[in-house]
Every structure is written in structure tokens, then in C-alpha cells.
Design a protein around this ligand. Structure first.
Ligand code: BG6
Length: 482
């Protein structure tokens, strides 16, 4: 019997993103966003990451294509079904639901003189409905929902004008929803810029002379924008907390060879770079050296430096799915990509190659806590799998095993005194995969009958994990020790 120590006000719940669930991609004034440009191609190996780079020709093609299936344009039609969908989450006893706001619903064009009232109203209703169902909404301001006009007219986040547009968007939604939402995350997984550059910063690969520089400049501008959100919240005396979000990329060294130890150190520093800036308020020496060694000159003004220093963020949001292992045999010296991650022979992986490692969660949370002592929200965790609907349910004991092990790892951190204040299971109701565009890479407690090409009854079914998670929440985690 394991003793569980989840605090009484622990935020049990789930996380979704507008672009992967809402559908209604061109309704009520919304214009096209970058995530709407990814096609599902059934002839490709969909286990590989597709959403990484795009050329302006590919963008143009997708924008005008009338034949292909673009899953994120449809999601699970949550835009129209959210009221009945939220009932399932209520039934499980969710205390929180992390959502995102689709930027192109609020400002459908580059003209920021007036927001789209229909878009604001949708999120008003959604937030009220979440609260009505007993959950606290958490908002991600930008979760891969860059409007296409940012890419086409400004070239993405590397352009400083994007900061100003984001600021208007962020202030509009902060003004409107701050009284109902305590926790805000300005940018989803800010550190994934090197893995999913296009949906992170919106720069087409053919529109830059130095892609590496565009990525670092884009992410610098996102950190400035995040500091502006914090500054505004302080100025307005909003009673809210602003978080920095990382997708955990902590890596183990392949072995005790000093070169591998140092490689892992350098790899992990790149993971910490973003939170080092957002929590400590300045660029660390190791990254300045990296920029110098690689002839990367990022435009950072004195004013921006002061802004970052004066507006550090309040909590750490972490999404955790897998651990990584690096080896000098496979890596560039300062590794920034999944490609550098070697298969760890001690750990099983999912069909998508994601290493299943609950100890890696204990490891990374402990490292973050030791480094920052900031409250931690598990903003995402879960197991994407092919599920089989049999007799109106899915026997997803593999998902239960995965989640149980990860929750026990969190419990171990809590015992160490790590301040983890919530757990958001990713995609509690099935939704479209961010990286592969598959509907059939499922994470949910609720099965949605839609396949990869959009066919299906759209009916919802409770999986076995639904009943399991309900009990975990009802017992405040105690059932994990049974
Ligand atoms: C996170 C993203 O990286 O991983 C989510 O924030 C995403 O948007 C999740 O869905 C799982 O990844 P995937 O590619 O399996 O959907």
C-alpha cells in the first residue's frame, strides 16, 4: 500500500487545445490558422512528426486545396458539442480544464481596432459552462493557433510587430476573462520551437536566410510577449498567475562516458534556457556563448532586458510524455532535436516511439524544483494509442497503467516537498494529434467515433480509464495506493 499525499485542493483534470478539438475552422468570423494547414495523408507513415517545417508554396497549396482532409479544421466539433462533452468531464469529477483561445476567432485579420464579438462570446459561454460543471478553467493564450496572416504578412514571430499584435489579443482576453480564470499560460511549450518550428513561430523555411536565427529570435519575442502579459496583469491588479510552459525534454546520458555526461548537460540546459530566462529574468551565460559560437545575433533591446528582469513568471507548466537519452554517437554537440534522442534499451516505447518512463517524470520534476522552486502544474500527460471500441467501451488498461505510474511518480515528488498543484491529463476526450494529424492516436477517457479521415458517427463512449480516473479523483488519489 502506497501512501498518497495529494493536497486537498489538488487540481485534477485535463487539457485540450482549440485547434485540435473545436473544428468550426471558418465559422462565426474565424479565419484560417496554421494548424488548419496540415493535411492527413493516409499514404504516409503517420507515426513520424509532420508538423515541423513548411514552405510558402506548401502553405499556399493547403490554403487553396479543395480535396485533401485537414483534420484540425474539424476536430471533434467541440465548438458545437462542448455542452454535452463537458458533462462527461463533470461526471469524472474534474476540478479543472485547461483550454486555449483560438487567436483567429478573436482577431480574424491583422486589423486590431475591434475584436470579433462572436469569438469572444464563444469563449465567454465555454468558460461559464466549464465553471457551471464544477471546473476551474486554465487558459493557454497561444497553443499552436497562430493566424495565417501573421505568417503571410509578417513572416511569423521573428518579426517584432507580432509581439504588438499578440499583446492586443492577450489584453483583450485578459480583460474579458481574468475574473474567472486564475492560471494563464502565454505560450504552449515555448521550448518546442526547434522541434515544431512552423506551428511554434510561423516562419516559412524559404522565407528566412537563417532558420536557426529565426527560431531563437522568434522565441525571444515570445518571451518578451509573455513578460508583457505579466506586466499588464500586475498593472491592472488582476488576481491571476502567469506560467512558463515547457514540454519536458530532459535527457539521460547513454552511459558514464564523460562526453555523454556533458552532452546530456548541454542538451538539458537548452531545455532550461527558456525557464532560466522566464524565472530568473536574464539570458544565461551558456546560451550567450552558444549564440557567439554560432554567429547568431539576436535582437534584444535594453528595454526588453529590463522588461524580462522586472516581469518574471509565477509558475511552471510542464507537459510530460516520455524521457530521452542522448549519445555522442548520434548527436550534434549542442543538441536541439528529437533526432538526437537515442532509443533507451531499458524502456519500452509506444507505436509512435515515445519512451514510456514514469521515473523520467520524477527525475525532471525534481530537477525543475531543485532549480527554480516554482509551483508546478502538470499541464499535459497521457498515452496516445490505437484504441478498439468493443461493446461500446474501450478496454484501455494500458492507459490506466501508464497514468497510474505517472501519478505515483508525482506523489513521490509531493513527498519530497515539490509543490505540484495540478494534473491535466492530455485530451481527456479524444482529439486530433498535434504532431501527426491522426484522430486515431487517442489519449481520451472518452472515445469519439471519428477516424483519421473524418468518418464516423461522432458518438462518445466511456472507456475503462474513465471509471478509473473518476475514482482517482473521488478519492483524491488514494485509490492509486490500492
Ligand atoms: C503536446 C501538445 O506536445 O503534446 C499537444 O501541447 C499535443 O498539443 C500533445 O497534442 C500530444 O502530442 P500528439 O502529437 O500525440 O498529439
Amino acid at each position: 500500500m502506497k501512501k498518497t499525499v495529494f493536497p486537498n485542493d489538488f487540481l485534477w483534470g485535463g487539457a485540450i487545445a482549440a485547434n485540435q478539438i473545436e473544428g468550426a475552422w471558418n465559422e462565426d468570423g474565424k479565419t484560417i490558422g496554421l494548424s488548419d494547414l496540415f493535411i492527413y495523408n493516409k499514404d504516409k507513415d503517420n507515426t513520424k512528426l509532420h508538423a515541423s517545417d513548411m514552405t510558402s508554396q506548401q502553405v499556399e497549396f493547403a490554403k487553396n486545396d479543395k480535396h485533401g482532409y485537414y483534420p484540425k479544421r474539424h476536430g471533434i466539433d467541440f465548438y458545437h458539442t462542448y455542452k454535452s462533452d463537458l458533462k462527461y468531464l463533470k461526471e469524472m469529477g474534474f476540478k479543472t480544464l485547461r483550454i486555449s483561445i483560438n487567436w483567429a476567432r478573436i482577431y480574424p485579420t491583422i486589423d486590431t481596432t475591434k475584436p470579433n464579438e462572436l469569438g469572444l462570446k464563444f469563449y465567454d459561454d465555454l468558460i461559464n459552462e466549464i465553471i457551471k460543471n464544477g471546473m476551474e478553467p486554465i487558459i493557454t493564450i497561444l497553443h499552436y493557433e497562430i493566424p495565417l496572416y501573421i505568417t503571410e504578412q509578417l513572416g511569423g514571430w521573428e518579426n517584432k510587430k507580432t509581439i504588438a499584435l499578440y499583446e492586443v489579443f492577450a489584453k483583450t482576453i485578459l480583460d474579458r476573462y481574468h475574473d474567472r480564470v486564475r492560471y494563464w499560460i502565454p505560450i504552449n511549450q515555448i521550448n518546442l520551437v526547434h522541434i515544431e518550428p512552423f506551428i511554434s513561430i510561423g516562419t516559412c523555411i524559404d522565407k528566412t536566410d537563417n532558420y536557426e536565427l529565426s527560431k531563437f529570435q522568434g522565441v525571444h519575442n515570445q518571451m518578451v510577449a509573455s513578460a508583457l502579459v505579466k506586466k499588464y496583469a500586475k498593472q491592472q491588479k488582476f488576481n491571476i498567475k502567469i506560467g512558463s510552459m515547457l514540454a519536458d525534454l530532459t535527457a539521460y546520458p547513454e552511459n558514464a562516458h564523460p562526453d555523454n555526461i556533458l552532452l546530456a548537460l548541454k542538451h538539458n540546459r537548452l531545455n532550461y534556457f527558456y525557464t532560466d530566462v522566464q524565472f530568473r529574468g536574464e539570458y544565461p551565460g551558456y546560451i550567450n556563448r552558444y549564440f557567439a559560437d554560432n554567429d547568431l545575433t539576436i535582437e534584444v533591446s535594453e528595454q526588453e532586458k529590463t522588461l524580462l528582469k522586472d516581469n518574471t513568471l509565477d509558475f511552471l507548466a510542464v507537459s510530460y510524455y516520455f524521457s530521452q537519452m542522448v549519445s555522442v554517437d548520434q548527436s550534434r554537440e549542442f543538441s536541439t532535436s528529437y533526432a538526437s534522442s537515442k532509443k533507451n534499451p531499458f524502456i519500452d516505447a509506444t507505436p509512435w516511439g515515445w519512451a514510456i518512463d514514469s521515473k523520467g517524470l520524477y527525475n525532471c520534476l525534481s530537477c525543475y524544483w531543485d532549480r527554480y522552486q516554482k509551483p508546478i502544474l502538470i499541464a499535459e500527460n497521457g498515452l496516445g494509442m490505437h484504441d478498439k471500441l468493443i461493446n461500446e467501451t474501450v478496454n484501455d488498461d494500458y492507459r490506466i497503467t501508464y497514468l497510474k505510474a505517472h501519478l505515483i511518480a508525482i506523489n513521490e515528488c509531493l513527498k519530497d516537498g515539490v509543490d505540484v498543484f495540478g494534473f491535466c491529463a492530455w485530451g481527456p476526450i479524444d482529439l486530433v494529434s498535434a504532431s501527426t494529424q491522426e484522430m486515431e492516436k487517442r489519449y481520451g477517457f472518452v472515445f469519439v467515433d471519428i477516424n483519421n479521415t473524418g468518418e464516423g458517427s461522432k458518438k462518445r463512449y466511456r472507456k475503462q480509464s474513465f471509471h478509473w480516473y473518476k475514482k482517482v479523483i473521488a478519492t483524491n488519489g488514494k485509490s492509486l495506493g490500492e
